[in-house]
Design a protein around this ligand. Structure first.
Ligand SMILES: NC(=O)c1ccc[n+]([C@@H]2O[C@H](COP(=O)([O-])OP(=O)(O)OC[C@H]3O[C@@H](n4cnc5c(N)ncnc54)[C@H](OP(=O)(O)O)[C@@H]3O)[C@@H](O)[C@H]2O)c1
Length: 378
């Protein structure tokens, strides 16, 4: 029973001293395991409120708010009072059980965020109460008011940055930076093409490309308010913004004006939208797929493989971070936060109080049409 209890608590990213309320665990044996552990604890974190899912499924059905008693702080632990955390598409996929790397339920949602150090274990010297920290690389269980994790998980960030940016800087902006810097060598004057340009990754790609003198050709889906969206993306630095329907023409190159044909394309949608990226790429170009928002496959004509010599590849941030890139990733995050502070990087977000989590979740699930990135404020 002790083994089972520890396994369940670990899967929630909780220390073995946590006992989620009876909505999750009912057995008295589990409670006694926790109480025995607590009896020896010296420092305990405050009780936490968490968004928990007990099984995989539709996030609006399987998630619920759960109260969790305080956790014992081990000597290397840091207790963080969460300030803000986003709802990303991959968070949804983890809860649905379709993301390749995910905690086993019962689990707490959320994978990135920012918080303030509340207390530290006896051996922790590099963090002090009041510091702002983010999990870096991202780590599960961020949708809760207090998170206790080993000090190695946390990266201190500048408190001068708005908290919603610190909360969201890793998963999407870091991906945008790596797409531009890690795929092929791009020089000032070159061009890229991307779909899903309204996404947080897309908005960052536009600005980071612009800052290097790289032109961006952007594809958005046909949706209400297209003109306003185009205006907004152009204001960020987009050279061209087209809807999918506008690109359904024979001579797509004629739409590009003086922009050189791009050698690199980014696809986070799939289906018809991915085919449009391929259509715009130049001879020998490469399309990097990093998302699949339409849930439709990428299809490539035989002729474009043979005669246009296109290359296809994928990118997954988690894979990149797994290759011992923690320190490099942290340096890149600091660079991105510097750009935010200098007002050279911005993206649309909506802050929603933790108490209204369900409203934010519904918006993130697309129940109310296109919405800005939902960020929970604790
Ligand atoms: N591979 C990686 O390492 C990695 C890292 C980060 C993100 N990603 C992926 O990148 C993508 C964007 O993430 P994000 O957080 O930046 O997005 P986001 O800010 O949450 O925005 C969602 C984007 O998806 C579009 N969209 C939603 N439903 C769609 C549908 N059914 N068909 C076509 N487009 C749809 C939205 O378009 P509208 O504005 O028109 O609604 C918007 O552009 C996601 O697929 C995510 O999983 C991958």
């Amino acid at each position: 029973m002790r083994k089972r209890a520890k396994k369940m608590l670990r899967s929630l990213s909780l220390k073995p001293s946590y006992l989620p309320f009876k909505s999750i665990f009912h057995t008295s044996s589990l409670r006694s395991v926790v109480l025995n552990t607590r009896a020896f604890s010296s420092a305990v974190s405050p009780p936490s409120k968490a968004i928990v899912y007990e099984t995989h499924g539709q996030p609006d059905v399987v998630t619920k708010l759960v109260n969790i008693p305080g956790a014992e702080l081990k000597e290397n632990d840091v207790c963080v009072k969460m300030l803000a955390a986003p709802i990303n598409p991959s968070d949804i996929n983890r809860i649905q059980g379709v993301y390749p790397v995910r905690p086993e339920p019962p689990a707490i949602g959320g994978y990135e965020g920012v918080g303030e150090v509340y207390s530290v274990g006896s051996a922790v010297t590099s963090f002090s109460p009041g510091d702002w920290v983010i999990p870096s690389p991202p780590s599960s269980g961020m949708w809760q008011t207090y998170v206790v994790k080993d000090q190695n998980v946390w990266h201190k960030v500048n408190k001068g940055v708005p908290m919603e940016y610190a909360a969201t800087i890793t998963v999407n902006p870091l991906t945008a930076l790596l797409l531009l810097e890690d795929c092929i060598t791009l020089n000032s004057g070159d061009a890229i093409v991307q779909n899903g340009a309204t996404s947080m990754v897309g908005q960052c790609v536009i600005q980071l490309a612009k800052s290097r003198g790289i032109h961006s050709i952007n594809i958005i889906r046909d949706r209400p308010g297209v003109d306003e969206v185009k205006e907004r993306l152009k204001h960020l630095g987009a050279d061209e913004v087209f809807t999918e329907n506008e690109l359904e023409v024979k001579n797509v190159k004629s739409l590009l004006g003086g922009i050189p044909e791009p050698a690199l394309g980014f696809n986070c949608v799939g289906g018809k939208s991915a085919s449009l990226v391929l259509k715009i790429l130049r001879q020998g170009g490469t399309m990097v797929t990093y998302g699949g928002m339409s849930k439709k496959p990428v299809t490539v004509s035989t002729s474009s493989f043979i005669f246009k010599e296109l290359s296809l590849r994928g990118f997954w941030l988690q894979n990149w971070l797994n290759t011992d890139k923690t320190e490099e990733g942290r340096r890149m995050i600091d660079r991105l936060l510097g750009l935010v502070q200098d007002e050279k990087l911005k993206y649309k977000m909506e802050l929603t109080p933790f108490n209204d989590f369900n409203t934010a979740l519904d918006k993130a699930l697309g129940k109310h049409g296109s919405q800005p990135k939902q960020v929970i404020k604790f």
